[in-house]
Design a protein around this ligand. Sequence first.
Ligand code: ADP
Ligand code: MG
Length: 626
Amino acid sequence: MAKKQFKAESKKLLDLMINSIYTHKDIFLRELISNASDASDKLYYRYLQSGVAGVRKNDFVIDLIPDKDLRTLTIRDHGIGMTMEELESNLGTIARSGSQLFKQEQAGSESAEEAAGAKAAKTIDIIGQFGVGFYSAFMVADLVTVTSRAYGSDQAYRWQSRGADGYTIEEAIQDETGTEVVLHLKEDSGEDEYSTYLDPYTLKALVKKYSDYIHYPIRLADETLNAMEPIWKRQKSKVKPEEYNEYYKAKCGDYLDPARVIRTSVEGVSSFTALLFIPSHTPFDYYSKDYEKGLSLYSSGVMIMEKCPDLIPDYFSFVKGLVDSQDLSLNISRETLQQDRQLKNIAKNVEKKIRRDLESWLKDDREGYEKFFAEFGKQMKVGLYENFGANRDVLQDLVLFWSSTEKKPVTFAEYVSRMKEDQTCIYYAAGESVDKIDLLPQTEYVKAKGYEILYLTDEVDEFVLQMLMNYKEKPFRSVSAEEMSESETEEERARIAQAEEENKDLLAYLREILTGKVSEVKLSPRLTASAVCLTTKGGISLEMEKVFQQMPFDQGFRAERVLELNPDHEVLGVLREAFAAGEEGKEKVKTLASLLYDQALLISGQPIDDPVAFSRLINELIVKAR
Ligand code: ADP
Ligand code: MG
């Protein structure tokens, strides 16, 4: 019998395919099972069309038959089979998909009867449309034998190939309609243990992993391995919450129930069903490089990618689950569909759905949402900051910050709704913890005015607000920023201007002795109880400076510090007296200024340059207090 060559382009493709397209050898089983499922679909569809009674989906069993002695794995279906011509064209030409043609033919049909057929074809969920899956068999087999008898034919044919060198087709005997694919497995070598595909345990695991929701029974001996009906295709009202929880734990590798289950179906340009979960706790590696985001991608019930990162934006990377679509126009490999337009469409819809769900969660179950936010909020805040705030519309109403007046996390919208009539800014204060921020002297003034302050405790927070700049046109303003003029009244300004004038020389002297430490020393209206505080000029706050300094390459970003003095505090009186008392007094002012600066640093949660010198000065004062 003459050996036929694969069509020219096929030969090249086959090599490419075997060596590069698929990264996991395991997926050959998924591909062959999918083909068997497609073939069963086609025949089932014929039956439906011709009205053959009594045929049920479950009659189309797919059998897996490992044979250790022969070193073969057989995949057998009772589907539509292939004629000799079909064997030739479908398996002899790589990248030609019979299934795709079938779909097109049905969709392109004209008559009413045929149109009904087209509709049915659309709903029949054919998986294959790329024409390369079959060849994945050569990743694990050195000889592939396909014996097939087409529906309506008495004659069976056998197609056989060892790979790139070509194939043969001959007549064969087979009692039943359908196809049998026999893989003679390659010899084991090193890491490649092909004989594992003869092991029932491996086969079961692979079916569970990739083909659990094929809607025909996949049998090994007498056991059906797959669940068949996808949980996300079952009627919503029929699925109990526990079933989702169990599914989540089994498939998403968590030991706790999810906090939230989102199930949605979208019809349209890209139809799909999504089953999404929000974990109830942060995975241990979530904020590390090891964490891989992504949703499982199914095409008509068959898993084609375990973690498809393109389905989910980074700021929702905590969401787990799957997307199932029959509309994916996958090309070449089911593992490389990043650039797919349909996929992008789906991803956009998934994002919208998650966002809406989070919004209603926030509205309907505040406590639950706050708990969720404590786990994953940081990720959304990073998302707000990234790409120059491009995602603000998606995220800005989903983030929470601690409120000084409400004593709980609040949204920007809630803050704005409570703003005082004369209030123009959204005030915030950054620090290590809510308690510590609450003690900052800088907050005294804003609190005294009755304004609410957002307390920022995450490193990323201040960067986020600086990036956003405003919320609904209300600018964000740090209570530690030197520029707070919006909140000052005319009266206050006049009073401070007068006090500055009166203490002009003292302030100039203080500036001189604190050169290098602060860029400005001034009197401030914002202090009530405290004597001093540190504020900053420009975009970099003390908190941000800390973050910059922790970065692997310190780029030298420093906050521009301003020492603010309370004009009404007795300390200022002491400084004035000393300053007026000649040279000796000026020495005293030097000592006191150094103490006040260190004090301001400590209050802001900053380290002081020389704790020993600081302690010595304190001790001198203690001794004098005798
Ligand atoms: P795809 O499934 O994407 O079309 P494959 O390379 O997996 O591509 O298969 C090529 C073609 O071979 C299929 O479209 C189908 O027409 C035919 N085929 C493969 N396996 C079978 C089978 N078990 N029964 C009937 N036809 C099959
Ligand atoms: Mg296929």
